[in-house]
Design a protein around this ligand. Structure first.
Ligand code: DX5
Ligand code: ZN
Length: 214
C-alpha cells in the first residue's frame, strides 16, 4: 500500500483567495490536492474547469488529483492534462466502457482513476480494474459536499483491496475523524476531505485530527 494521505477537496474553499488556501494547506502538511470538477449535467451542481486547474498549477507543485464529475470526460482529458492535472478520475456511470478513455489519460503520462457512486454495483468496474491505476470509492452521491458517509464504502474498499492489491484506493465523501479509520483499515490509501477541513478555522489541527484517527 501507498502511505496514507489526506487530500483536501477544493469545493468549499475560498475561491476568492486560492493562493492563501493553498499556502495554509501546504503549511498543514498536505501532500496533494483533490479538485472537484462538475458540469451541471452528470451531477446537478456546477463548479469549475481547466482554468482553475491551471491556476492552481501555477500556485503549487503539489500533485493535482482531478475528480471529473462530467458526462463527457474524453472531450476534456487533453485539456485537463495540459492544465497540469497529475491524476484524472472519471465516473464509470458516465463512461461504462472506458478502455479508450484510460488509454487517452495514460497517453499524457498521468494517473488514471475510475470512480463509482454508492448505488452503482461493483460489477460495473470489472472490465477496467486491470487497466486503471486507482479506484475512487464514493461514500456519498457525487455532487455536493457535507453529506453523510455511507458505511457500505468500507466493504467496497475491502473487497477491492483483496482482489486488486496493487490498486491505489481512494475514498471521497463524509470523511472525518470518525469515518477515516475504518476506511484505512479496509486498505484505502487516499482520503478526500471537504467539510472536515474547510469547516474548521485551523486546517493544521483538522489535518492532525484526521491523521491521528487513521
Ligand atoms: C462530492 C465531492 C467531494 C466533496 C467531499 O461530490 O466529490 O470531494 O467535496 O466533501 P465532504 O468531505 O464534505 O463530504
Ligand atoms: Zn471529489
Amino acid at each position: 500500500n501507498a502511505s496514507p494521505a489526506v487530500l483536501p477537496s477544493l469545493l468549499q474553499c475560498d475561491f476568492g483567495d486560492l493562493r492563501s488556501e493553498v499556502e495554509r494547506l501546504q503549511a498543514a502538511g498536505i501532500r496533494a490536492l483533490h479538485l472537484d470538477v462538475m458540469d451541471g449535467h452528470f451531477v446537478p451542481n456546477l463548479t469549475y474547469g481547466m482554468p482553475i486547474v491551471a491556476g492552481l498549477r501555477k500556485l503549487t507543485d503539489l500533485p493535482l488529483d482531478v475528480h471529473l464529475m462530467i458526462s463527457d470526460p474524453a472531450a476534456y482529458v487533453d485539456d485537463f492534462a495540459a492544465a497540469g492535472a497529475d491524476m484524472l478520475t472519471f465516473h464509470i456511470e458516465a463512461v461504462p466502457e472506458p478502455a479508450q478513455l484510460i488509454q487517452q489519460i495514460h497517453s499524457h503520462g498521468i494517473v488514471a482513476g475510475v470512480a463509482l457512486n454508492p448505488q452503482t454495483p461493483m460489477e460495473a468496474l470489472s472490465g477496467c480494474l486491470d487497466q486503471v491505476d486507482a479506484v475512487l470509492v464514493m461514500s456519498v452521491n457525487a455532487g455536493f459536499g457535507g453529506q453523510a458517509f455511507d458505511p457500505e464504502a468500507v466493504q467496497r474498499l475491502q473487497q477491492l483491496r483483496q482482489s486488486h492489491p496493487e490498486l491505489l484506493l481512494e475514498v471521497d465523501g463524509g470523511i472525518k475523524p470518525e469515518t477515516i479509520g475504518p476506511c484505512h483499515q479496509a486498505g484505502c490509501d487516499l482520503f478526500v476531505v471537504g467539510s472536515a477541513i474547510f469547516g474548521q478555522d485551523d486546517y493544521a489541527a483538522a489535518v492532525r485530527q484526521l491523521r491521528d484517527a487513521l
